[in-house]
Design a protein around this ligand. Structure first.
Ligand code: 3HC
Length: 684
């Protein structure tokens, strides 16, 4: 018997129990084990019905995604597994706890019955991996819940709670929490006693036609741009409507196979593992203590400080919010309340919850109030002297063992830490705006930051629902440092006379929801020029009252619906600044040239971050770009994309660009190395 399988018999019920931590993914060994378990019980005359269940935290959470990197899928494949379950001569009951996802949910659908505890969830997250349910899910689910509902569930990728699944007819019986096994056994005894035939999902007719598909497609239309899987999912559902079951299954497998070898799925699977890897820091083991963070201080109630505060409130952590002036404090608190009230107005929160969250804030006007907090996050102006002054004061105020964090985006953390007598307690917590929304937290490790401080902040990121990426100290850390090139080059091209719309279009075509020029207008040009010295193009825009979308005009003009149009005034500001800088006009650049100019230096800078040890691994850079700058997921992030185009092509492109535009494109040593010796940025 295999290591993951236990078979036992309770009364006249055979139990197939799988234990393959952490999530009972359906690897080759697990598939074989389930088939073997079913064989054992079907061969045992004392067994009248079979229950499949899992040990540990969850029912099968799907296929083993790592196996998809090594095709072809080994035997017994998913088809063999599903066919064995579905054609079992004895009735089979799936007993579900945790998350029955992907292939795990498909196995449950191939069983005759499904019993689940209320805390369980079922769903098809394949779309997030650039895949579709490829083990019969697209053919069986519409037979149970109808075409429209099935397509909606598969396209959304969101798991459904067991109670809802029971309402939909997916789950036959809800078991009391903690009583799954005994309930499933009793249920199996019942159905065995009633005798054959036992229902099979495959025998049911599909409810709902092609018209339902159109409506659901429209609902999810934003998901289709750039991603390959949604279109294939629709085709698989169409097959469920138009073809007999067996033919539908074959069509599903064909479509699944196409996705499995697609660049988009490879990229999305990379992102799945990359997001789970960022929290792992090689020199920080499980033995490093995690410090309790029960109370937090935030300094600065502006946009950043307010957003940061909201993260902690939502995690139930009280915040002492410090401002220097009453008016600024009142304004900051009012903004937080307004944000929550807006959420409440949309029905996503009650007013009682709003009041409860607001009651967690202790608004104060003095740093002295931070004497008892476990963590301080400073979010004031990006001005080194101000930050050093604050950290110097915190050193005298905060208790021993309190973590002192700065939200600086560009400044030298070690310099900030030097203002204290305890640099080992100083760390960077770099949030991205809006801080209550953007999922990235760069955790900046200073030269002297202590291990328990890093371990604590990496863990805390999860508590406030952020993905942490560890960064070393340098100008801009990871995300801002690499993406600055895209901004600088887009500005340069604007001055060379390349049409704004062309620059934005090239990035839209690549997959960004918003081009770089439109993004600057959205962020606000005044925010971006803050602290800049000398005359800049954006400074000229701000001086002309064109601060971006919020003033109805920036690089573009905006109407009441925020629709962008070109502006003569903006064109004149650009022309004047180009004359001032003496930049040579070159308006007719090809889209390919623009694309390389914007993206190659980002990958190149990522390579430098790796060389310098600023980033732990290439996949961390991808996560930072995706979560911090909405880099299109289906490219896998800049480094994975760099691997897709190949180091040799990248090197040649950079050299060409360096020849024409100078040292901003000088290839990183790592790019040269990979181009000559072979290899990839991302190694998993
Ligand atoms: N395959 C391989 N490894 C998996 C996995 C899977 N399906 N699901 C999770 N893991 C690994 C994670 O990489 C992680 O590994 P690590 O400890 O080395 O970092 C570990 O299991 C624990 O995962 P999480 O940290 O994500 O644990 P959580 O408790 O936060 O979440 C979960 C559990 C909800 C199950 C989440 O892991 C998840 O969503 N998993 C993916 C589920 C999925 O996408 N299933 C569909 C697969 S594709 C498929 O089934 C195709 C089929 O149609 C043929």
């Amino acid at each position: 018997m295999s290591e993951v399988l236990t078979t036992r018999v309770a009364g006249n019920i055979g139990i197939v129990e799988i234990a393959s931590p952490p999530v009972n993914a359906l690897s080759t060994a697990v598939r074989a084990a389930v088939i073997e378990g079913l064989r054992v019980h079907n061969a045992d005359d004392a067994v009248a019905a079979i229950v499949i269940l899992c040990a540990g935290r969850t029912f099968f959470a799907g296929a083993d995604i790592a196996e998809f990197d090594h095709l072809p899928i080994k035997q017994p494949d998913f088809d063999a597994l599903m066919t064995t379950a579905e054609s079992s001569p004895k009735p089979v009951v799936a007993a579900i706890h945790g998350t029955a996802l992907g292939g795990g949910f498909e196995l449950a659908l191939a069983c005759n019955y499904r019993v689940a505890v209320p805390s369980a969830k079922v769903g098809f997250p394949e779309v997030h991996l650039g895949l579709l349910p490829g083990a019969g899910g697209t053919q069986r689910l519409p037979r149970l819940i109808g075409t429209g509902a099935a397509l909606d569930l598969i396209l959304s990728g969101k798991p459904v709670p067991a109670a809802k699944a029971a309402e939909m007819g997916v789950v036959d019986l809800l078991a009391e929490e903690g009583k799954l096994e005994e309930t499933a056994i009793a249920f199996a005894q019942d159905v065995a006693a009633k005798g054959a035939p036992w229902p099979k999902v495959r025998d049911r007719a599909v409810a709902g036609g092609l018209d339902e598909i159109e409506a659901i497609k429209a609902k999810h239309k934003r998901q289709f741009k750039g991603f390959k899987a949604p279109g294939h999912i629709v085709q698989a559902l169409e097959a469920a409507v138009t073809l007999p079951f067996e033919e539908g299954l074959r069509r599903e497998q064909e479509l699944f196979g196409e996705l499995l070898i697609s660049r988009e799925s490879a990229a999305q699977r990379h992102v799945f593992f990359a997001q789970r890897l960022t929290a792992k820091v090689p020199d920080i083991g499980k033995d490093v203590p995690i410090l309790p963070i029960r109370k937090v201080g935030v300094i600065g109630a502006g946009t950043m400080g307010g957003g940061i505060t909201m993260n902690f409130l939502q995690a139930g952590v009280p915040v002492t919010l410090v401002e220097m002036k009453q008016e600024a404090l009142d304004r900051g608190i009012a903004t937080i309340r307004k944000n929550y009230e807006r959420t409440a107005a949309k029905g996503r929160m009650t007013m009682e919850q709003v009041d409860k969250l607001m009651s967690l804030i202790d608004p104060v006007l003095s740093l002295d109030a931070l004497a008892d907090v476990d963590l301080v996050v400073e979010a004031v102006f990006e001005e080194i002297s101000i930050k050093k002054d604050i950290f110097g004061q915190l050193d005298g105020i905060c208790r021993e063992g309190a973590i002192l964090a700065s939200n600086t985006s560009f400044l030298d953390l070690d310099d900030i830490a030097s203002a204290t007598s305890r640099p080992e307690w100083v760390v960077g917590m770099h949030f991205f705006s809006p801080a209550n929304v953007m999922p990235l937290l760069e955790v900046v490790r200073g030269a002297k930051t202590g291990k328990e401080v890093i371990a604590t902040v990496m863990k805390l990121a999860g508590t406030i629902r952020k993905t942490p990426v560890l960064a070393g100290v340098c100008h801009g850390f990871i995300a801002n440092r690499i993406m600055e090139h895209l901004i600088v080059q887009s500005q340069q091209m604007v001055l060379e006379g390349v049409p704004l719309r062309t620059i934005d279009k090239v990035m839209n075509d690549y997959g960004f929801a918003m081009g770089p020029i439109a993004m600057l207008d959205l962020i606000g040009l005044d925010v971006l020029v803050h602290g800049a010295s000398g005359r800049t193009l954006m400074g000229d825009f701000v001086a002309a009252g064109r601060r971006g979308q919020k003033t109805g005009k920036g690089f573009y003009d905006y109407d009441a619906d925020r629709k962008a149009t070109l502006s003569d005034e903006a064109a004149k500001i650009i022309g004047d600044f180009a004359t001032y800088t003496g930049i040579a006009p070159d308006p007719g650049q090809s889209e390919e040239n623009i694309r390389q100019r914007l993206l190659y230096p980002v990958v190149n800078e990522g390579a430098k971050c790796l060389e310098e040890g600023i980033a732990l691994r290439a996949s961390d850079i991808d996560v930072a770009a995706i979560l911090g700058y909405n880099w299109p997921v289906f490219t896998g992030g800049p480094m994975f994309w760099g691997d897709t185009i190949g180091a040799a092509t990248l090197l040649q492109g950079l050299k060409d660009l360096e020849g024409r535009y100078g040292s901003a494109f000088t290839p990183a040593a790592l790019v040269q190395k990979l181009a000559t010796e072979g290899g990839r940025f991302v190694n998993r």
